[in-house]
Write a protein that binds this ligand. Structure first.
Ligand code: FDA
Length: 392
């Protein structure tokens, strides 16, 4: 069997590339269904892009690498496509766009766009080799296949239970590409026994927080779990955190806690301190903060100094995670195939002409909020459009 383009991986990036490369395209995946991560993304409604997507929202050893692909196929291009397929969507928060109905709408759209490609599921590729005309691979089932172009879109290592493998990294290394360090990212953080016991007591509570690590801060929701800390603010900061680093947590970042309590003390001095604080923070968290500050009694019993100590403890809380929940729950893999030997415009290997790497496998990782899918669309389009032009 001979095709113009063989695509490994029918996830977000692979399907989108298949929709654009033209010619005879074969896309294979070892999973039993295409786009499985799209299906479960965003609680089943798939946060498919972000209105504010820009290079600043991506991490990479070379922060400039993503600029070309993101500017050639933008969030507006994808929103336009979604509109043409009459898929209803809404902005949830911070520019994050979700399907009104189901992620399946996006998968259906991708399959429709890629309908000229031959999609083979439950299929594995091995023995990938370069030939003078292109590439040869062995498919199981299917036997040998040759292709002029090879697009590697098998993603990163996150959620092995869903079929994630390090296959893209193996192929990259086989063809002489370097890898940057890979780590689980957009992942809940875990703590030692003492902190874990404290967080377990607060498990299930969600509150707004500013979370800062290594000079980067996110103002989003924070969630206490029986294992440690989670919620959007923590998932975001996990991409910037390294073992041993401290994280600064400011609870209720938009509230002047001391000022609010002082005002309340004037009008409602007989209100208990924890009840007053529960107007700012969730009740159990307010009680915990008051107990930790070793304070008791009513508002009227508290001096300005005591209120300042309490407010400082809430506004400047330093915690040191011991680890993360790992690839088991990480939404993405940070790092991956080094961009040094990839063409930023086309995603083609500079070492092996005709070989392309796209999506999460590449060392480009987005923030939480639809950025990672936008990278899958933009990088998939870059490779697909380049191949289509060559086939013309
Ligand atoms: P992706 O992982 O989508 O696809 C890779 C494909 O390759 C898979 O189909 C896999 O089966 C296949 N494959 C792997 N190894 C193979 C092998 N050896 N042989 C054959 N096939 C192989 N992002 C976002 O922007 N908005 C969101 O709402 C979410 N939500 C979200 C929730 C959860 C729970 C997770 C785990 C992740 C997200 N993400 C997200 C991240 C997003 O899903 C991710 O960045 C993209 O799916 C990456 O697209 P790729 O196509 O690169 O990989």
């Amino acid at each position: 069997m001979h095709v113009d383009t063989l695509i490994l991986g029918a996830g977000a990036a692979g399907l989108f590339a298949a929709a654009h490369c033209g010619g005879r395209t074969l896309i294979i995946d070892h999973a039993k269904a295409p786009g499985e991560k799209i299906r479960i993304a965003g609680g089943g409604r798939c946060n498919f892009t972000n209105l504010h997507a820009a290079p600043e929202n991506f991490l990479s050893a070379n922060p400039h690498f993503c600029k070309s692909a993101l500017s050639r196929y933008t969030q507006w291009d994808f929103i336009d496509l979604v509109g043409r397929h009459r898929i209803p969507w809404h902005e949830k928060t911070l520019g994050q766009l979700f399907c009104d109905n189901s992620s399946k709408d996006i998968i259906e759209m991708l399959l429709t766009e890629a309908q000229d490609a031959d999609l083979r599921l439950r299929t594995k590729a091995s023995q990938i080799e370069k030939t003078p005309e292109g590439f040869r691979a062995h498919l199981d089932p299917g036997g040998p296949v040759t292709a002029r172009h090879l697009i590697v879109a098998t993603g990163g290592k996150s959620i092995p239970k869903m079929g994630a493998t390090g296959f893209a990294y193996d192929i990259a290394q086989q063809f002489g590409h370097q890898l940057t360090e890979t780590r689980p990212a957009l992942v809940p953080l875990t703590f030692g026994d003492q902190m874990k016991a404290r967080f377990a007591g607060l498990s299930g509570l969600a509150t707004s927080a500013r979370v800062t690590c290594n000079g980067t801060a996110f103002d989003e929701g924070l969630l206490f779990t029986h294992r440690g800390l989670s919620g959007p603010a923590i998932l975001q900061i996990s991409s910037y955190w390294r073992e041993g680093d401290q994280i600064a947590v400011t609870l209720a970042p938009d509230t002047d806690i001391q000022g609010t309590l002082k005002t309340r003390r004037q009008s409602h001095g007989r209100t208990s301190l924890s009840v007053a604080l529960a107007e700012i923070l969730p009740k159990r968290l307010a009680e915990d903060a008051v107990a930790r500050a070793d304070l008791t009694g009513n508002l009227a019993d508290q001096s300005d100094a005591k209120l300042a100590v309490l407010a400082d403890a809430i506004r400047d809380w330093q915690v040191t995670p011991t680890g993360s929940e790992g690839y088991r729950t990480a939404e993405v893999t940070l790092g991956g195939i080094a961009t040094d030997d990839l063409d930023a415009r086309t995603m083609e290997s500079r070492l092996v002409p005709g070989l392309f790497f796209i999506g999460e496998a590449v060392d480009v990782t987005g923030w939480l909020g639809g950025y990672n899918f936008q990278w899958a669309w933009s990088s998939g389009w870059a490779a697909g459009a380049e191949i289509a032009q060559r086939l013309r």
